[in-house]
Design a protein around this ligand. Sequence first.
Ligand SMILES: NC(=O)c1ccc[n+]([C@@H]2O[C@H](COP(=O)([O-])OP(=O)(O)OC[C@H]3O[C@@H](n4cnc5c(N)ncnc54)[C@H](OP(=O)(O)O)[C@@H]3O)[C@@H](O)[C@H]2O)c1
Length: 369
Amino acid sequence: MKQRITVLGSTGSIGVNTLDVVARHPERFEVFALSAASRVDLMFEQCRRFEPVYAVMAHAHAAAQLADRLQQASLKTRVLGSADALQRIASDERVHVVMAAIVALVVGAEVFLKAVREGGAQMLPIDSEHSAIFQSLPDDPATWPSRVEKIILTASGGPFLQRDPATFHEVTPAQACKHPNWVMGRKISVDSATMMNKALEVIEARYLFGVQPKQIEVVIHPQSIIHSMVQYRDTSVVAQLGTPDMRVPIAYGLSWPERIESGALALDFRALPTMTFLAPDDLRFPGLQLAWEVLAGPVGSTAVLNAANEVAVQAFLDGQIRFDQIHRVNRATLDGWPAPRVEGLDDLLAIDRQARERARTLAHQMGQR
Ligand SMILES: NC(=O)c1ccc[n+]([C@@H]2O[C@H](COP(=O)([O-])OP(=O)(O)OC[C@H]3O[C@@H](n4cnc5c(N)ncnc54)[C@H](OP(=O)(O)O)[C@@H]3O)[C@@H](O)[C@H]2O)c1
C-alpha cells in the first residue's frame, strides 16, 4: 500500500526537496495534501504534478487565486483556506506521513511529545543534524541512556566564520542569507549566520534524544561533511557523513527503517577536502549559549527565545535593525522574563504572543538609535 503524505510548507526549500524524493518513488508514495502561504504559481505546478486531494493556502487571496487556476485547468484538488485547514490535512485519517518543518519542538517540547505519545504517532527527525544523530544511535531507544556519553552537533559556522566581528554591524541581509554549503530559506540562513540555528538544534536534540543539556556539544566543521556524531561511554564516536543535500535526511525520514534512493550525489572520499574542526567562539556567536540558558530556565523559556529570534530576524531582513542587534533583541527579551505557568498549548501560545510583542518593542527601540 502506498504511503499517503501531507507536506506542510510544500513550496519552501524542505517542501520542494520532499516532493523531489517523493517523485522518485511513485510506487511507494502518494501526495495527499500540500500547504503554503502565498506562492500560487509553484503550488499550482505542484498540484498539477502530484494531484493532491487538498491544497491549503494560508493567505485568503492566494487560496482564491489557486482555486480559480485549478478550476480553469480542470484539476480536482480542493483548496482550503480556513484557520483549521492545516490541522485538518495533518490529522486526516487517510494520511500516513506528515512532513512538518515547524518549530513545535522548540516552543513546547513537553506538550508536543505528550501529543505524539498519546496519538500513537512516531516522530522522525528530518533536520540533517538530528537525522545524523538518529542514524548514529542504536535502534532501541531504551539503550540510549546507558550507552550514550554525549551528542556532538556539527555546525558549518555560516558565512561569517572568518569575518571580523567588529564589522558585524555592516552585514546586509543578502550577505547573511548567502550560506557557504546549504541552500535554504531566508530565516534559517540568517539563523545559520548567527548560529541561532544551532541553539535551536541543541534544544531539539535535548528533547528528541532525551539527553541532558550538558551532554550536548557543538563543534564547528566548515566543510559540512560530518552531519553530527554520537560519542559512546567507551569514547567511540559514530558519525553520519554525506554531501550537504537535504534529500538524504528527507529520504531517510520517509523510508525509515529502510533506505531509498534520494537523488543526492555520493561522497567521493578520494576527492574530499581536508576536514577541520573548531570550537565556536562566544564573541562571534553569542546566541549559541542561550540554548543552555533557556534549557536551565523555567518551562516556556525556549518559546520566548524562539519568538524573540523570529521577530529579530524579520526586523533585520526588513532593514529595521542591524545584524549585531539580533542577539541583543533576543537577550533583552529573555532578561527578566517571569517564570510562567505552562499547562498546555494555550499557555505556550500566550507566551509566544507576549514574547513577540516584547521583542517587537525592543527591535523598534533599537532601530531608532
Ligand atoms: N531548508 C533547510 O535546509 C532546512 C534545514 C533544517 C531545518 N529547516 C527548517 O524547516 C523549516 C522550513 O524551512 P525552509 O527552508 O523550507 O523554509 P522556506 O523555504 O522559507 O519555506 C517555508 C514554507 O512554509 C510556507 N509558509 C510560510 N508561512 C506560512 C504560514 N503562515 N502558514 C502556512 N505555510 C506557511 C511557505 O509558503 P510560501 O512559499 O507560499 O511563502 C513555504 O512553503 C524551518 O523551520 C527551518 O528552520 C530547514
